[in-house]
Design a protein around this ligand. Structure first.
Ligand SMILES: *Cc1c(COP(=O)(O)O)cnc(C)c1O
Length: 225
């Protein structure tokens, strides 16, 4: 099997595992959507997934996304791009023009800039708030104790279209605790989308109510850079 053929096979296997986890947890069919994380992956690899029918993709850098996706989005206009990496305020305008979902809103200054660019352009994008459930200082995201206040400020004061939360659990802890915490924060704030679960733990995330899982390696193989 060539590396490109492996993508077809992996994509099918992941989709089946998602369907299986939804069934096991008595959740509705298609209740969890697959975001294929194509960061660092070249264009031919991405195009293979597009040809296999995949339409949701996650990228973590604005500039890389611009370079790889401008023409791919023209060829596959129903593609939806999720920004899953940290966003600098000075790149907010480009991000708003490029992405369909910004999953990493985590501070007031960024939320304000994104809100302004959405208003200026009339773009219909969606925003998720990133929550640092493990309170790791090297990681982005609002701390759980500040989440309610931040979410409400984004929605009420800034009029930001927030309809999801996202988290990246610490690598050395039981992810279930973090998924459970994120879900609780979402429930008490009336937020419907939960972006949680990566290659190693997406079945657990589905058990805890993930509506989006972000999967890279299990589809595209390991990243060398
Ligand atoms: C890279 C990345 C992923 C995908 O991780 P894999 O282990 O390759 O599935 C998911 N979410 C975020 C935020 C990432 O940066």
């Amino acid at each position: 099997m060539t590396p490109l053929e492996a993508i077809d096979k992996n994509l099918n296997a992941v989709k089946q595992a998602i369907d299986g986890a939804l069934r096991d947890n008595h959740r509705l069919e298609n209740a969890t959507k697959l975001v294929a994380v194509s960061k660092t992956k070249p264009r031919d690899v991405i195009e293979r997934a597009l040809k296999a029918g995949q339409r949701l993709f996650g990228e973590n850098r604005v500039q890389e996304t611009e370079q790889k996706w401008l023409d791919l989005k023209r060829l596959y206009p129903d593609t939806q791009l999720h920004l899953i990496g940290p966003l600098q305020t000075n790149k907010a305008a480009v991000a708003v023009s490029l992405f369909d979902v910004i999953e990493t809103i985590d501070r007031l200054k960024l939320a304000t800039a994104v809100s302004r660019h959405i208003k200026d352009t009339g773009r219909k994008i969606r925003c998720f708030i990133q929550v640092n459930t493990g309170e790791e200082h090297q990681k982005a995201g609002v701390f759980p104790a500040e989440a309610d206040g931040f979410i409400q400020t984004c929605i009420t004061t800034l009029n930001l279209p927030v309809d999801g939360l996202m988290c990246i659990p610490p690598t050395d802890e039981e992810p279930a605790l973090h998924f459970g915490l994120l879900r609780k924060i979402a429930e008490r704030n009336n937020i419907k989308e939960l972006s949680m679960g990566m290659s190693a733990d997406y079945e657990t995330a589905i058990q805890f109510g993930a509506t989006y899982v972000r999967i890279g390696r299990a589809i595209f193989g390991s990243r060398t850079n």
